[in-house]
Write a protein that binds this ligand. Structure first.
Ligand code: GDP
Length: 426
């Protein structure tokens, strides 16, 4: 049985925590898209970890952690994280890296920085992890798959060919130092040594695992609104963030994904540029940011303060629909316990008309939030295990959101830890 854990919004919804929790019952956890540009924060018995490329299942002995073909694999970052996890007392995780995953090249990171510099104030707010140049090269068919590391002569020739085109851009567009193909090749030989013990045919491994009745979790990065097709283009990421892409980025049949658990945060936060209709500012935002998540809403990769906002029913309804949601995991609800009243965005006013359907980017930029204010519950709900034991106003908040988004909230997260979860039978 295959389940996907994905985000409904702009990312940072708490997918890492939900994956870590569900991984207790999983055999295999697969990353199927994205790269080291976003992070998951996980708090468990070993401590607090910010993972960028390792799947969130690495903390369990019984699981295999898989890097699917859809991932942008930064090999040094991957092994740095792998070694750090082991140094902090986690048993060496079993890992498998797809022979079809592509490699983030050292120059992808450079090009990301140079392009942001060139764009100046008009930049996309990239984390400069090389993700956009990486996926551009993948689709321009000048990327490097992991299996190519093992064909030395062909690799050398391809490196020379690709570097020649990169150098034209470096010289004439960016006015930066040129690349040396021999250095790149030598770097790739180091990468080869690092990955060699772990490389395999992931789609075949997963096919057999499905036949054997294993439990597989697909772990998404970012959320629906950052999807390059269905998100707030162009302020999106470069690989699909949707559960459907899990089939491609892991190499499994689409009909095998039986459950799509969409993680939705009880308020909104976003990083990077782009329209954010329910955004709040000033002291109101600062307070939510300070109290948010586990120790504040700051980027796991960059440490940047996140933009904050009220829960957005329009964006979340759309985000859940695009994911093909079967279950919503509603997270970080405990954080709202300090508020007397909690505004919720229930509609967008665009050119004088109110809509509850999420529009394309040009219209989104004109949207003003329609807010409805719900009463707060003014208590700490951490530690509560049963839905019925939540304060009435808290349950009303959950049920209001559920009605607005139209998908069942079956899990409520009321703290960062693995066991801070309330299941609701729907
Ligand atoms: P991800 O990329 O979707 O995994 O999101 P993040 O890593 O940004 O996770 C959000 C933050 O919220 C992390 O610091 C988590 O430890 C924390 N977190 C997750 N669920 C909860 C929750 O229910 N309550 C609180 N207070 N923090 C949570």
């Amino acid at each position: 049985m295959v389940k996907a854990v994905v985000g409904a919004n702009w990312g940072d919804e708490g997918k890492g925590k939900i994956t870590d929790m569900l991984a207790q019952e999983a055999d295999i956890i697969v990353r199927f898209q994205g790269g080291a540009n976003a992070g998951h924060t996980i708090v468990n018995d070993y401590g607090k970890f910010a993972l960028h490329t390792l799947p969130s299942g690495v903390f369990y002995n019984h699981t295999t952690s898989v890097i699917g073909n859809g991932v942008a694999l930064n090999i040094p970052v991957f092994f740095k994280e792998y070694n750090e996890v082991i140094e902090r007392g986690v048993p060496a995780p079993k890992i498998m890296i797809s022979d079809r995953a592509q490699i983030v090249m050292p120059y992808h990171i450079l090009f990301d920085q140079y392009e942001e510099e060139r764009l100046g104030g008009k930049s996309f707010g990239s984390t400069k992890s090389g993700i956009a140049p990486f996926y551009s090269d993948k689709y321009a068919k000048i990327g490097f798959q992991v299996n190519e590391l093992f064909h030395d002569d062909a690799l050398k020739e391809k490196v020379e060919r690709v570097v020649a085109t990169k150098n034209v851009l470096l010289e004439h567009l960016y006015h930066k130092p040129l690349l040396d193909p021999d250095e790149i090749y030598a770097e790739l030989m180091k990468y080869k040594e690092m990955v060699a013990p772990y490389v395999g045919d992931v789609s075949l491994f997963l096919w057999n695992a499905i036949k054997d009745g294993k439990q597989i979790l697909l772990e998404g990065q970012l959320g629906s609104l950052k999807d390059p097709d269905h998100g707030i283009y162009p302020m999106v990421t470069s690989s699909s963030t949707l559960a459907a892409y899990g089939a491609i980025g892991a190499g499994i049949p689409p009909y095998e994904i039986k459950q799509v658990i969409t993680v939705c945060k009880a308020y909104s936060s976003a990083v990077g540029a782009g329209a954010f209709v329910s955004e709040i500012f000033g002291e109101e935002a600062d307070e939510l940011r300070r109290r948010g998540g586990d120790g504040g809403e700051y980027g796991a990769t960059t440490g940047r303060p996140r933009r904050m906002g009220w829960f957005d029913c329009v964006a979340s309804k759309y985000g859940c629909r695009m994911q093909g949601t079967t279950d919503v995991a509603f997270t970080v609800l405990d954080v709202l316990g300090y508020l007397d009243e909690i505004p919720v965005c229930t509609g967008y006013e665009i050119d004088g008309k109110v809509t509850t359907e999420f529009p394309t980017t040009g219209l989104l930029e004109k949207a003003k939030p329609v807010l409805e204010v719900l009463p707060g519950w003014k208590t700490d709900i951490r530690g509560i295990k049963n839905y019925e034991d939540l304060p009435e106003n808290c349950r009303k908040y959950v049920e209001f959101v559920e009605k607005q988004i139209g998908f069942p909230i079956t899990m409520i997260s009321n703290g960062p830890g693995r066991n801070d979860i309330i299941y609701r039978n729907k």
